[in-house]
Design a binder for this molecule. Sequence first.
Ligand SMILES: Nc1ncnc2c1ncn2[C@@H]1O[C@H](COP(=O)(O)OP(=O)(O)O)[C@@H](O)[C@H]1O
Ligand SMILES: [Mg+2]
Length: 411
Amino acid sequence: MSHLLLLLPSATYRAKDFLDAAARLDADVVVASDHRQALAGALGDRALRVDLRRPEAAAQAIVELAQRTPLDAVVAVDEQGVLVAALAAERLGLAHNPPEAVAVARDKAAMRDAFAAANLPQPEFRPVSGDEAQVASLAGEVGFPCVVKPVSLSASRGVIRADTPREAEVAATRIREILRQAGEDPAGLLLVERYIPGAEVAVEGMLRAGELELVAVFDKPDPLEGPYFEETIYVTPSRLPTSTLTTIGRLTSEAVAALGLVEGPIHAELRVDSGRAWLLELAARSIGGLCSRSLRFGLGVSFEELILRRALGLSLDRQTREEAASGVMMLPIPRAGVLQELGGQDAALAVAGVTGLELSIAPGKRVKPLPEGGRYLGFLFARGETAVGVEQALRVAHSRLDVVIVEPCGG
Ligand SMILES: Nc1ncnc2c1ncn2[C@@H]1O[C@H](COP(=O)(O)OP(=O)(O)O)[C@@H](O)[C@H]1O
Ligand SMILES: [Mg+2]
Protein backbone atom coordinates (compact mmCIF):
# COMPACT_ATOMS: atom_id res chain seq x y z
CA MET A 1 0.00 0.00 0.00
CA SER A 2 1.17 3.53 -0.82
CA HIS A 3 1.32 6.18 1.86
CA LEU A 4 0.42 9.68 0.80
CA LEU A 5 0.30 13.03 2.54
CA LEU A 6 -2.09 15.52 0.92
CA LEU A 7 -1.78 19.21 1.72
CA LEU A 8 -5.28 20.64 1.59
CA PRO A 9 -5.40 24.42 2.05
CA SER A 10 -8.60 25.81 3.55
CA ALA A 11 -9.60 27.59 0.34
CA THR A 12 -9.19 24.57 -1.95
CA TYR A 13 -11.98 23.36 -4.23
CA ARG A 14 -10.16 20.12 -4.82
CA ALA A 15 -10.16 18.10 -1.61
CA LYS A 16 -12.78 15.67 -2.86
CA ASP A 17 -11.16 15.06 -6.25
CA PHE A 18 -7.77 14.32 -4.68
CA LEU A 19 -9.25 12.15 -1.92
CA ASP A 20 -11.29 10.21 -4.52
CA ALA A 21 -8.16 9.69 -6.61
CA ALA A 22 -6.24 8.48 -3.55
CA ALA A 23 -9.07 6.05 -2.77
CA ARG A 24 -8.95 4.67 -6.33
CA LEU A 25 -5.25 4.01 -5.82
CA ASP A 26 -6.01 2.40 -2.49
CA ALA A 27 -3.48 4.75 -0.93
CA ASP A 28 -3.30 5.35 2.78
CA VAL A 29 -3.85 9.10 3.19
CA VAL A 30 -2.68 11.60 5.79
CA VAL A 31 -4.39 14.98 5.42
CA ALA A 32 -2.44 18.10 6.36
CA SER A 33 -4.32 21.38 6.45
CA ASP A 34 -4.52 24.79 8.04
CA HIS A 35 -8.24 24.26 8.36
CA ARG A 36 -9.89 22.26 11.11
CA GLN A 37 -12.83 21.28 8.91
CA ALA A 38 -10.56 19.76 6.25
CA LEU A 39 -9.24 17.46 8.97
CA ALA A 40 -12.67 16.40 10.21
CA GLY A 41 -13.07 12.65 10.02
CA ALA A 42 -9.32 12.07 9.87
CA LEU A 43 -8.03 10.73 13.18
CA GLY A 44 -4.72 10.58 15.04
CA ASP A 45 -1.76 10.44 12.68
CA ARG A 46 -4.16 10.61 9.71
CA ALA A 47 -4.60 14.34 10.32
CA LEU A 48 -1.98 17.03 10.75
CA ARG A 49 -2.71 20.67 11.51
CA VAL A 50 -0.13 22.90 9.82
CA ASP A 51 0.23 26.62 9.23
CA LEU A 52 0.81 27.00 5.50
CA ARG A 53 1.99 30.57 6.02
CA ARG A 54 4.99 29.18 7.87
CA PRO A 55 6.41 26.73 5.33
CA GLU A 56 9.53 25.79 7.32
CA ALA A 57 7.58 24.86 10.44
CA ALA A 58 4.88 23.08 8.43
CA ALA A 59 7.50 21.02 6.57
CA GLN A 60 9.18 20.16 9.86
CA ALA A 61 5.87 18.91 11.27
CA ILE A 62 5.49 16.63 8.24
CA VAL A 63 9.03 15.30 8.67
CA GLU A 64 8.27 14.52 12.34
CA LEU A 65 5.06 12.75 11.39
CA ALA A 66 7.00 10.67 8.83
CA GLN A 67 9.05 9.26 11.70
CA ARG A 68 5.88 7.69 13.10
CA THR A 69 4.05 6.77 9.90
CA PRO A 70 5.69 6.04 6.54
CA LEU A 71 5.19 8.52 3.66
CA ASP A 72 5.88 7.77 -0.01
CA ALA A 73 4.80 11.15 -1.37
CA VAL A 74 3.86 14.63 -0.18
CA VAL A 75 1.46 16.33 -2.59
CA ALA A 76 0.04 19.85 -2.42
CA VAL A 77 -3.34 20.04 -4.10
CA ASP A 78 -3.13 23.82 -4.59
CA GLU A 79 -0.84 26.81 -4.73
CA GLN A 80 -0.82 27.49 -0.96
CA GLY A 81 0.79 24.16 -0.15
CA VAL A 82 3.41 23.78 -2.90
CA LEU A 83 6.34 25.23 -0.98
CA VAL A 84 5.60 23.16 2.13
CA ALA A 85 5.36 20.03 -0.05
CA ALA A 86 8.69 20.77 -1.74
CA LEU A 87 10.46 21.42 1.58
CA ALA A 88 9.05 18.32 3.25
CA ALA A 89 9.66 16.02 0.27
CA GLU A 90 13.24 17.26 0.00
CA ARG A 91 13.91 16.46 3.66
CA LEU A 92 12.28 13.04 3.32
CA GLY A 93 14.21 12.17 0.15
CA LEU A 94 11.03 11.95 -1.96
CA ALA A 95 10.47 13.19 -5.53
CA HIS A 96 10.22 16.96 -5.31
CA ASN A 97 10.78 20.35 -6.87
CA PRO A 98 13.67 22.40 -5.49
CA PRO A 99 12.06 24.59 -2.80
CA GLU A 100 13.89 27.65 -4.18
CA ALA A 101 12.29 27.08 -7.59
CA VAL A 102 8.84 26.77 -6.03
CA ALA A 103 9.40 29.90 -3.95
CA VAL A 104 10.31 31.86 -7.08
CA ALA A 105 7.22 30.57 -8.90
CA ARG A 106 5.07 31.74 -5.98
CA ASP A 107 6.41 35.29 -6.13
CA LYS A 108 5.41 37.17 -9.28
CA ALA A 109 8.29 39.63 -9.03
CA ALA A 110 10.93 36.92 -8.52
CA MET A 111 9.40 34.99 -11.42
CA ARG A 112 9.70 38.02 -13.70
CA ASP A 113 13.39 38.32 -12.71
CA ALA A 114 13.99 34.63 -13.48
CA PHE A 115 12.28 34.94 -16.88
CA ALA A 116 14.25 38.11 -17.63
CA ALA A 117 17.53 36.37 -16.77
CA ALA A 118 16.59 33.64 -19.27
CA ASN A 119 15.64 36.23 -21.90
CA LEU A 120 12.09 34.96 -22.16
CA PRO A 121 9.40 37.13 -23.76
CA GLN A 122 7.29 38.72 -21.05
CA PRO A 123 5.73 42.11 -20.33
CA GLU A 124 8.03 44.96 -19.40
CA PHE A 125 7.75 45.16 -15.60
CA ARG A 126 8.76 47.09 -12.47
CA PRO A 127 8.47 45.89 -8.87
CA VAL A 128 7.19 48.67 -6.59
CA SER A 129 7.65 48.84 -2.85
CA GLY A 130 6.74 52.51 -2.54
CA ASP A 131 3.60 54.59 -2.41
CA GLU A 132 0.91 55.30 -5.00
CA ALA A 133 2.92 58.09 -6.60
CA GLN A 134 5.77 55.68 -7.24
CA VAL A 135 3.35 53.14 -8.76
CA ALA A 136 2.12 55.86 -11.14
CA SER A 137 5.65 56.90 -12.01
CA LEU A 138 6.88 53.34 -12.70
CA ALA A 139 3.69 52.70 -14.67
CA GLY A 140 4.78 55.58 -16.86
CA GLU A 141 8.11 53.79 -17.42
CA VAL A 142 6.52 50.51 -18.60
CA GLY A 143 3.93 52.45 -20.58
CA PHE A 144 0.14 52.45 -20.74
CA PRO A 145 -2.04 50.51 -20.65
CA CYS A 146 -0.46 48.69 -17.74
CA VAL A 147 -1.49 46.10 -15.16
CA VAL A 148 -0.94 46.59 -11.43
CA LYS A 149 -0.95 43.45 -9.27
CA PRO A 150 0.16 42.08 -5.92
CA VAL A 151 3.06 39.60 -6.13
CA SER A 152 1.49 37.10 -3.77
CA LEU A 153 -2.21 36.53 -4.55
CA SER A 154 -3.84 34.33 -7.21
CA ALA A 155 -7.14 33.78 -9.08
CA SER A 156 -6.86 37.30 -10.55
CA ARG A 157 -7.45 38.77 -7.10
CA GLY A 158 -6.12 42.32 -7.03
CA VAL A 159 -5.04 42.30 -10.69
CA ILE A 160 -6.16 45.64 -12.20
CA ARG A 161 -5.56 47.29 -15.55
CA ALA A 162 -4.77 51.01 -15.55
CA ASP A 163 -4.80 53.23 -18.63
CA THR A 164 -3.52 56.43 -17.00
CA PRO A 165 -1.18 57.40 -14.13
CA ARG A 166 -4.23 58.36 -12.05
CA GLU A 167 -5.82 54.92 -12.63
CA ALA A 168 -2.54 53.27 -11.61
CA GLU A 169 -2.60 55.20 -8.32
CA VAL A 170 -6.21 54.26 -7.63
CA ALA A 171 -5.47 50.63 -8.47
CA ALA A 172 -2.51 50.59 -6.06
CA THR A 173 -4.65 51.93 -3.20
CA ARG A 174 -7.30 49.32 -3.89
CA ILE A 175 -4.75 46.47 -4.09
CA ARG A 176 -3.22 47.45 -0.75
CA GLU A 177 -6.67 47.17 0.84
CA ILE A 178 -7.22 43.78 -0.86
CA LEU A 179 -3.89 42.60 0.57
CA ARG A 180 -4.96 43.75 4.02
CA GLN A 181 -8.25 41.87 3.73
CA ALA A 182 -6.40 38.76 2.54
CA GLY A 183 -4.29 38.81 5.71
CA GLU A 184 -1.17 39.76 3.71
CA ASP A 185 1.13 42.70 4.27
CA PRO A 186 -0.68 45.74 2.81
CA ALA A 187 2.70 47.39 2.26
CA GLY A 188 3.89 44.32 0.33
CA LEU A 189 5.58 44.47 -3.05
CA LEU A 190 3.44 45.25 -6.09
CA LEU A 191 4.21 44.66 -9.73
CA VAL A 192 3.51 47.08 -12.54
CA GLU A 193 3.56 45.51 -15.99
CA ARG A 194 2.89 46.57 -19.52
CA TYR A 195 -0.52 45.30 -20.63
CA ILE A 196 -0.17 42.65 -23.35
CA PRO A 197 -3.20 42.54 -25.65
CA GLY A 198 -4.34 39.44 -27.50
CA ALA A 199 -5.61 35.93 -26.91
CA GLU A 200 -4.81 34.09 -23.69
CA VAL A 201 -4.15 30.39 -23.17
CA ALA A 202 -3.60 28.19 -20.15
CA VAL A 203 -1.16 25.31 -20.47
CA GLU A 204 -1.30 22.19 -18.32
CA GLY A 205 1.86 20.14 -18.16
CA MET A 206 3.41 17.34 -16.18
CA LEU A 207 7.09 17.21 -15.27
CA ARG A 208 8.99 13.99 -14.84
CA ALA A 209 12.60 14.42 -13.79
CA GLY A 210 12.82 17.70 -15.67
CA GLU A 211 11.03 16.48 -18.83
CA LEU A 212 7.85 18.41 -19.62
CA GLU A 213 4.89 16.61 -21.12
CA LEU A 214 2.08 18.89 -22.33
CA VAL A 215 -1.27 17.67 -21.05
CA ALA A 216 -3.57 20.31 -22.53
CA VAL A 217 -3.68 23.81 -23.94
CA PHE A 218 -6.89 25.68 -23.15
CA ASP A 219 -8.15 28.71 -25.06
CA LYS A 220 -9.86 31.40 -23.02
CA PRO A 221 -12.33 32.59 -25.63
CA ASP A 222 -13.86 35.43 -23.60
CA PRO A 223 -11.83 38.63 -24.04
CA LEU A 224 -9.76 39.39 -20.94
CA GLU A 225 -9.22 43.10 -21.37
CA GLY A 226 -9.73 44.37 -17.84
CA PRO A 227 -9.94 46.43 -15.80
CA TYR A 228 -10.48 43.18 -13.84
CA PHE A 229 -9.59 39.80 -15.25
CA GLU A 230 -12.40 37.44 -14.46
CA GLU A 231 -11.75 33.95 -15.76
CA THR A 232 -14.75 32.37 -17.42
CA ILE A 233 -14.53 29.85 -20.26
CA TYR A 234 -11.66 27.42 -20.84
CA VAL A 235 -11.86 25.14 -23.90
CA THR A 236 -9.43 22.52 -25.12
CA PRO A 237 -8.08 21.70 -27.68
CA SER A 238 -6.87 25.17 -28.53
CA ARG A 239 -7.94 26.60 -31.87
CA LEU A 240 -4.67 28.51 -32.33
CA PRO A 241 -2.53 27.62 -35.35
CA THR A 242 -0.15 24.69 -34.92
CA SER A 243 2.89 26.95 -35.30
CA THR A 244 1.67 29.17 -32.43
CA LEU A 245 0.99 26.10 -30.28
CA THR A 246 4.52 24.91 -30.97
CA THR A 247 5.86 28.27 -29.76
CA ILE A 248 3.63 28.06 -26.67
CA GLY A 249 4.98 24.59 -25.86
CA ARG A 250 8.56 25.69 -26.31
CA LEU A 251 8.14 28.82 -24.19
CA THR A 252 6.47 26.81 -21.44
CA SER A 253 9.43 24.41 -21.38
CA GLU A 254 11.86 27.30 -21.29
CA ALA A 255 9.92 28.94 -18.46
CA VAL A 256 9.99 25.69 -16.47
CA ALA A 257 13.75 25.47 -16.98
CA ALA A 258 14.24 29.15 -16.07
CA LEU A 259 12.48 28.54 -12.76
CA GLY A 260 14.24 25.21 -12.15
CA LEU A 261 11.09 23.12 -11.66
CA VAL A 262 11.52 19.39 -12.31
CA GLU A 263 8.63 17.37 -10.87
CA GLY A 264 4.86 17.30 -10.91
CA PRO A 265 2.18 19.40 -12.56
CA ILE A 266 2.64 22.91 -13.91
CA HIS A 267 0.09 25.49 -15.01
CA ALA A 268 1.23 28.30 -17.32
CA GLU A 269 -0.56 31.30 -18.78
CA LEU A 270 0.54 32.99 -21.97
CA ARG A 271 -0.78 35.65 -24.30
CA VAL A 272 -0.52 35.60 -28.06
CA ASP A 273 -0.51 38.85 -29.99
CA SER A 274 -0.03 38.94 -33.79
CA GLY A 275 1.69 35.56 -33.75
CA ARG A 276 4.06 36.45 -30.87
CA ALA A 277 3.70 34.66 -27.55
CA TRP A 278 4.39 36.20 -24.12
CA LEU A 279 4.66 34.54 -20.75
CA LEU A 280 2.29 35.82 -18.11
CA GLU A 281 3.09 33.31 -15.40
CA LEU A 282 3.84 29.72 -14.50
CA ALA A 283 2.83 27.92 -11.32
CA ALA A 284 4.13 24.67 -9.81
CA ARG A 285 0.66 23.15 -9.53
CA SER A 286 -2.18 21.91 -11.69
CA ILE A 287 -5.12 23.96 -12.95
CA GLY A 288 -7.20 25.57 -10.20
CA GLY A 289 -10.81 25.36 -9.13
CA LEU A 290 -12.65 22.32 -10.43
CA CYS A 291 -11.35 22.91 -13.96
CA SER A 292 -9.33 19.69 -14.00
CA ARG A 293 -12.64 17.81 -14.22
CA SER A 294 -12.69 18.86 -17.87
CA LEU A 295 -9.66 16.60 -18.44
CA ARG A 296 -10.18 12.87 -18.60
CA PHE A 297 -7.65 10.20 -19.28
CA GLY A 298 -7.87 6.60 -20.42
CA LEU A 299 -9.96 4.18 -18.33
CA GLY A 300 -11.75 7.00 -16.51
CA VAL A 301 -8.58 8.25 -14.83
CA SER A 302 -8.78 11.81 -13.46
CA PHE A 303 -5.99 14.39 -13.62
CA GLU A 304 -5.70 14.11 -9.84
CA GLU A 305 -5.11 10.37 -10.12
CA LEU A 306 -2.43 11.00 -12.72
CA ILE A 307 -0.74 13.50 -10.39
CA LEU A 308 -0.86 11.07 -7.46
CA ARG A 309 0.37 8.16 -9.58
CA ARG A 310 3.32 10.23 -10.67
CA ALA A 311 4.13 11.33 -7.13
CA LEU A 312 3.87 7.77 -5.83
CA GLY A 313 5.88 6.30 -8.69
CA LEU A 314 2.97 4.09 -9.82
CA SER A 315 2.62 2.88 -13.38
CA LEU A 316 1.35 5.43 -15.87
CA ASP A 317 0.48 3.03 -18.70
CA ARG A 318 -2.42 3.90 -21.00
CA GLN A 319 -2.93 7.36 -19.55
CA THR A 320 -3.39 9.33 -22.73
CA ARG A 321 -5.99 12.03 -22.57
CA GLU A 322 -9.39 11.52 -24.14
CA GLU A 323 -9.61 13.27 -27.47
CA ALA A 324 -13.05 14.87 -27.20
CA ALA A 325 -13.19 18.64 -27.06
CA SER A 326 -13.90 19.73 -23.54
CA GLY A 327 -14.51 22.89 -21.62
CA VAL A 328 -15.36 24.46 -18.32
CA MET A 329 -16.86 27.78 -17.39
CA MET A 330 -15.99 29.35 -14.08
CA LEU A 331 -19.21 31.08 -13.10
CA PRO A 332 -18.40 34.67 -12.23
CA ILE A 333 -19.94 36.61 -9.38
CA PRO A 334 -21.77 39.50 -11.04
CA ARG A 335 -22.03 41.76 -7.97
CA ALA A 336 -21.56 41.91 -4.23
CA GLY A 337 -24.31 40.78 -1.87
CA VAL A 338 -25.76 37.58 -0.51
CA LEU A 339 -26.25 34.66 -2.89
CA GLN A 340 -29.90 33.77 -2.66
CA GLU A 341 -30.18 31.13 -5.32
CA LEU A 342 -28.88 29.91 -8.63
CA GLY A 343 -31.99 29.42 -10.74
CA GLY A 344 -32.26 27.71 -14.12
CA GLN A 345 -29.95 24.82 -13.21
CA ASP A 346 -32.11 22.16 -14.87
CA ALA A 347 -32.44 24.25 -18.03
CA ALA A 348 -28.67 24.75 -18.12
CA LEU A 349 -28.01 21.04 -17.63
CA ALA A 350 -30.47 20.22 -20.42
CA VAL A 351 -28.27 21.96 -23.03
CA ALA A 352 -26.78 19.37 -25.39
CA GLY A 353 -23.11 18.83 -24.57
CA VAL A 354 -23.34 20.12 -21.01
CA THR A 355 -22.09 17.41 -18.69
CA GLY A 356 -22.20 18.98 -15.26
CA LEU A 357 -22.77 21.93 -13.00
CA GLU A 358 -21.17 22.24 -9.59
CA LEU A 359 -21.96 25.06 -7.21
CA SER A 360 -19.06 26.11 -5.01
CA ILE A 361 -20.79 28.73 -2.85
CA ALA A 362 -23.81 27.76 -0.77
CA PRO A 363 -26.94 29.94 -0.93
CA GLY A 364 -27.01 32.36 1.99
CA LYS A 365 -23.31 33.16 1.74
CA ARG A 366 -21.92 36.61 1.05
CA VAL A 367 -20.27 36.98 -2.35
CA LYS A 368 -17.86 39.57 -3.75
CA PRO A 369 -16.87 40.08 -7.40
CA LEU A 370 -13.31 40.73 -8.57
CA PRO A 371 -10.94 42.35 -7.91
CA GLU A 372 -11.71 41.90 -4.19
CA GLY A 373 -13.33 38.46 -4.41
CA GLY A 374 -11.34 35.38 -5.21
CA ARG A 375 -14.04 32.69 -5.51
CA TYR A 376 -16.30 31.45 -8.27
CA LEU A 377 -20.01 30.72 -7.90
CA GLY A 378 -19.46 27.37 -9.48
CA PHE A 379 -18.33 25.46 -12.54
CA LEU A 380 -20.18 24.40 -15.66
CA PHE A 381 -18.77 21.57 -17.78
CA ALA A 382 -19.30 20.57 -21.42
CA ARG A 383 -17.90 18.07 -23.89
CA GLY A 384 -18.38 17.59 -27.59
CA GLU A 385 -16.83 16.92 -30.94
CA THR A 386 -15.49 20.41 -31.51
CA ALA A 387 -14.14 23.23 -29.39
CA VAL A 388 -16.59 25.63 -31.08
CA GLY A 389 -19.52 23.42 -30.08
CA VAL A 390 -18.29 23.12 -26.50
CA GLU A 391 -17.89 26.88 -26.17
CA GLN A 392 -21.39 27.42 -27.57
CA ALA A 393 -22.91 24.86 -25.18
CA LEU A 394 -21.29 26.63 -22.20
CA ARG A 395 -22.56 30.02 -23.35
CA VAL A 396 -26.13 28.81 -23.88
CA ALA A 397 -26.16 26.99 -20.54
CA HIS A 398 -24.78 30.04 -18.75
CA SER A 399 -27.47 32.27 -20.30
CA ARG A 400 -30.09 29.97 -18.79
CA LEU A 401 -28.75 30.39 -15.27
CA ASP A 402 -30.30 33.03 -13.08
CA VAL A 403 -27.94 34.20 -10.35
CA VAL A 404 -29.99 35.85 -7.62
CA ILE A 405 -27.89 38.06 -5.35
CA VAL A 406 -29.65 40.21 -2.78
CA GLU A 407 -28.56 43.02 -0.48
CA PRO A 408 -27.27 41.76 2.85
CA CYS A 409 -29.79 42.23 5.69
CA GLY A 410 -29.23 45.44 7.59
CA GLY A 411 -27.06 47.02 4.93
N1 LIG B 1 0.77 42.08 -18.24
C1 LIG B 1 -0.46 41.66 -18.52
N2 LIG B 1 -1.02 41.92 -19.72
C2 LIG B 1 -2.29 41.54 -20.00
N3 LIG B 1 -3.06 40.87 -19.15
C3 LIG B 1 -2.57 40.55 -17.94
C4 LIG B 1 -1.24 40.93 -17.55
N4 LIG B 1 -1.03 40.49 -16.30
C5 LIG B 1 -2.17 39.87 -15.91
N5 LIG B 1 -3.09 39.91 -16.89
C6 LIG B 1 -4.44 39.33 -16.85
O1 LIG B 1 -4.81 39.10 -15.50
C7 LIG B 1 -4.96 37.70 -15.23
C8 LIG B 1 -4.44 37.38 -13.84
O2 LIG B 1 -3.10 37.80 -13.71
P1 LIG B 1 -1.95 36.83 -13.22
O3 LIG B 1 -0.67 37.56 -13.30
O4 LIG B 1 -2.04 35.55 -13.97
O5 LIG B 1 -2.32 36.62 -11.68
P2 LIG B 1 -3.08 35.44 -10.92
O6 LIG B 1 -2.02 34.77 -10.13
O7 LIG B 1 -4.06 36.15 -10.07
O8 LIG B 1 -3.69 34.52 -11.93
C9 LIG B 1 -4.21 37.02 -16.36
O9 LIG B 1 -4.71 35.73 -16.61
C10 LIG B 1 -4.46 37.97 -17.52
O10 LIG B 1 -5.74 37.77 -18.08
MG1 LIG C 1 -2.72 33.67 -13.44
